[in-house]
Design a protein around this ligand. Structure first.
Ligand code: HEM
Length: 82
């Protein structure tokens, strides 16, 4: 497949609200999760804590995400790499 566009962490950090779109990173991958925010089983306020940054620390605190089906959802929103 075609390579994904490459972004810096600073660029990801500019996407921190629904108006600016909500991006997060996981490993070296970048995801635009804007359309998932209102679908999140844990609520909008929690998922928005990760907006513009990395998921790892927050997901370590909420182990419910350590499941293949959660990663599958995330994968569907990939827009780039770091
Ligand atoms: C639950 C996805 C970010 C907090 C869930 C579930 C999914 C999900 C699919 C349901 C899992 C299950 O029950 O099998 C995601 C995705 C995220 C994200 C794709 C990022 C792109 C976050 C963040 C937090 C968070 C950053 C906290 C700061 C929670 C909590 C639940 C939950 C507390 C449990 C809700 C409940 O069962 O009452 N998330 N999540 N999530 N998430 Fe997230």
């Amino acid at each position: 497949g075609a390579p994904y566009p490459v972004f810096t962490r600073q660029e990801v950090g500019q996407h921190r609200s629904l108006a600016d779109r909500v991006w997060v990173t996981y490993g070296n991958e970048v995801f635009d999760i804007t359309d998932f925010v209102e679908l999140h089983p844990g609520g909008q306020s929690k998922i928005l804590l990760a907006a513009g940054g990395a998921l790892e620390l927050l997901w370590a605190m909420y182990a419910v995400h350590s499941q293949e089906h959660v990663l599958g959802i995330l994968r569907g929103y990939k827009v780039g790499e770091l």
